[in-house]
Design a protein around this ligand. Structure first.
Ligand code: SF4
Length: 208
């Protein structure tokens, strides 16, 4: 199946999915959005209130900050793919549970495989842990790490930066490093095909 059709298929399956208890409380599932040709994927944790209402990722204040950060590096939201590790809103914006992340993992795996991005940026601890289970975000944020052939850059979640002002300049500084990483990843991407999508055994190698 070509990447565009695969993304549409995933979105359709997500909209009807009942594989975990989060389907009980969702209004709209949020499969994620962005072009199949995106070079960069941003992966957050789960939909919040506004996302649940609109069926779109990062549409609240955190989404506004994400768009501002993208603008600082000359990019627009429409150029990147934005998604989450769970596609339905955890009640009360609680953290997603391990069983929910596992139940939803196949959808994200298929999105990554279809898009084959040069760089994956994880936003927040739960997204980072999916690729780098033993990492601490305070130690590796803003650094690129090779996980099963994919270049993964862990960053703080924009919502955390809004909540804790001291993280905002940290997040901005990490974003400003992205163009250099994307350029290097583009060169590596042409030379080294990606391995299958990682689960819990990501081999880490700091590259930058
Ligand atoms: S969070 Fe994922 S696995 Fe759970 S119901 Fe929603 S789409 Fe299905």
């Amino acid at each position: 199946m070509n990447p565009i059709d695969e993304l549409k298929t995933v979105a359709q399956e997500v909209s009807e999915c009942k594989k975990c208890a989060l389907h009980h409380s969702r209004k709209l599932a949020v499969p994620g959005e962005g072009p199949a040709t995106a070079e960069i994927m941003f992966i957050g944790e789960g939909p919040g209130f506004h996302e649940n209402e609109q069926g779109r990722p990062f549409v609240g204040q955190a989404g506004k900050l994400l768009e501002e950060l993208l603008a600082k590096i000359g990019m627009q939201r429409s150029e990147v793919f934005i998604g989450n590790v769970v596609k339905c809103r955890p009640p009360g914006n609680r953290d997603p549970e391990p069983g929910e992340i596992e139940a939803c993992s196949n959808y994200l795996d298929r999105q990554i495989q279809a898009i084959n991005p040069k760089v994956i940026v994880t936003l927040g601890r739960y997204s980072m842990a999916r690729f780098l289970p033993n990492a601490k975000i305070s130690a590796i944020h803003g650094q690129s790490t090779l996980a099963k052939g994919r270049l993964v850059v862990a960053m703080y979640h924009p919502a955390a930066a809004l909540h804790q002002g001291s993280l905002k300049p940290v997040l901005e500084a990490d974003f400003l490093r992205l163009p250099e990483m994307i350029a290097k990843a583009a060169r590596n991407h042409e030379e080294t095909p990606a391995e299958p999508e990682p689960k819990n055994d990501a081999k880490q190698l700091s590259l930058f």
